[in-house]
Design a protein around this ligand. Structure first.
Ligand code: MN
Length: 324
């Protein structure tokens, strides 16, 4: 992976950094942000991490996670370099106006959504932003300590299903191995990510799986599940408890696509799409104005959930002519 020289130069030269990532942050956004901030601090610079939604409690295990503060506390000055990670436009960060900063920089592995940023480094083939930060820190010679290693290992774990998804390559495993050598504990991270749920979260999963419907669309089998605001209320959970839920119906052998529809606080519906192998759900998401990767994508729609499901299945039949 070739790191743009301008990025290395700015990180070495500038003194003040504000690190931002997407709303509803998950392990890649958080781990990448924390690791980069700690590396910059180690280089003697000021580096702060903000996220609109703060730190979800399930990521409280990340060392250095106390660095993550809410967007309303953000201080950007004309000397600041703003670094946006794991997304590439301001709307995804939850910011509506351009900031008065010295420079803005985007580091992301999602297909381009906007042209925001004075410097953009985007690698759609890269499995995680955490991989890009890993290579970046290697090139900066800042040194990766065990705290940074744990954050980057978690970032890569989340976006590769802990080295299982089709984006897992030899490079991913080599980076994972190096991060373990540098101090990441794979069984600790896996236990915190996959075996540390609250009972409430598990009850929400049971309710969600009870909404399962399986539809055959041409040669494609689609599983849909739904989470309503009422289900969140009943189980005492929030949207951050739903991370990974859309993967569960993929466990069914014949299912090619799993679509989870979650009601948002403002009464809209957020679809999280997951697929196996060659089935490209990014194409369906973009049909509805959303985006993502081949095997993981999403979109947001207004309206009645039953109508949205019907429109979704129609879009699958129109947009996917895939051999299975
Ligand atoms: Mn990511």
């Amino acid at each position: 992976m070739r790191i743009p020289e301008s990025i290395l130069e700015i990180l070495r030269r500038e003194e003040r950094f504000v690190i931002l990532s997407h709303i509803n942050p998950e392990g890649d956004a958080l781990g990448s942000s924390i690791a980069l901030a700690l590396a910059l601090r180690r280089m003697g610079k000021a580096a702060d991490v903000y996220n609109r939604d703060g730190l979800p409690s399930i990521y409280g295990f990340l060392p250095g996670s106390d660095l993550v503060r809410r967007l309303e506390e953000m201080k950007v000055t004309p000397e600041s370099v703003v670094v946006i990670l794991d997304c590439n436009d301001l709307e995804r960060v939850g910011i509506s106006e351009r900031m008065d900063c010295k420079l803005s920089m985007v580091i992301d592995h999602h297909e381009t959504e906007s042209d925001y940023g004075d410097i953009r480094w985007i690698e759609p083939e890269c499995p995680a932003t955490g991989m890009m930060i890993y290579y970046l820190l290697k090139s900066l010679d800042a040194g990766i300590d065990s705290v940074m290693a744990t954050n980057l290992y978690t970032a890569i774990s989340i976006d590769t299903g802990t080295f299982r998804y089709s984006n897992t390559t030899a490079e991913t495993l080599l980076a994972g191995a190096d991060l373990i050598r540098l101090g990441a504990d794979p069984s600790f991270v896996a236990e915190r990510l996959y075996e540390s749920w609250s009972r409430n979260r598990f009850m929400l999963l049971i309710e969600t799986l009870n909404t399962l419907e399986i539809n055959r669309v041409g040669s494609i089998t689609v599983a849909t599940t739904v989470i309503t605001s009422e289900m969140f209320r009943r189980t005492g959970t929030t949207s951050s408890d739903t991370e990974n839920f859309s993967n569960f119906p993929r466990k069914i052998e014949e299912v090619h696509i799993s679509a989870l529809f979650r009601e948002t606080e403002d009464g809209r519906w957020k679809a999280s799409l997951r697929s196996k192998g060659d089935v490209n759900v990014a194409r369906i998401a973009s049909h509805f104005g959303g985006g993502g990767h081949k095997n993981a994508a999403g979109f947001l729609l207004d309206g009645d959930i039953e109508e949205i499901k019907r429109a979704f299945l129609k879009a699958v039949s129109e947009n996917l002519l895939v051999k299975t």
